[in-house]
Design a protein around this ligand. Structure first.
Ligand SMILES: [Zn+2]
Length: 154
């Protein structure tokens, strides 16, 4: 981090505080060249994997798409609370630690469905049907039918 006054490349951190919750911190620095004091704001930047779609095309990881899908799944659930955020955070965690570079869109769906299945079967079924619609993935249709027929058998 270069000194804005003299351009010296070394500075010493004299104070660190969180500025914006946990995602951003503010550092007070002093230039080792001229003694000028300045601040830096540092923000956590997550790097998301490239998503490989069913048709083989690659696209940017879309966090909103994941969250919207989850919100829809929980729409009619009674005690949503912060379930959406919780499942979302766990899904992102799993995606980042197991698939840091590339991930298939189906895999994202499977991860989320796996988490939903354990947490809220009704939301799981809704997610599966929503996902099937915007992904046109036969796997999800199959999974959805499998769950539906399992229910009928009970
Ligand atoms: Zn300086």
């Amino acid at each position: 981090m270069r000194c804005p006054k003299c351009g010296h490349s070394d500075s010493k951190v004299t104070d660190t505080r969180s500025a914006n919750g946990v995602s951003s911190i503010r550092r007070r620095r002093v230039c080792l060249g001229c003694g000028h004091r300045f601040f830096t704001n540092e923000t956590v930047c997550e790097e998301y994997p490239i998503v490989i779609k069913r048709n083989g095309k690659e696209e940017e990881f879309d966090r909103d798409k994941v969250k919207i899908g989850l919100s829809k799944a929980f729409k009619k659930s009674a005690n949503i609370g912060n379930k959406v955020d919780e499942i979302y955070a766990r899904a992102i965690g799993e995606i980042l630690s197991n698939h840091p570079n590339k991930i298939c869109s189906e895999t994202i769906g499977m991860i989320i469905m796996g988490l939903l299945k354990a947490s809220d079967p009704a939301a799981y079924l809704r997610f599966a049907s929503v996902y099937k619609n915007f992904e046109t993935a036969d796997d999800f249709a199959f999974e959805f039918r499998k769950m539906s027929s399992a229910k009928e058998d009970e």
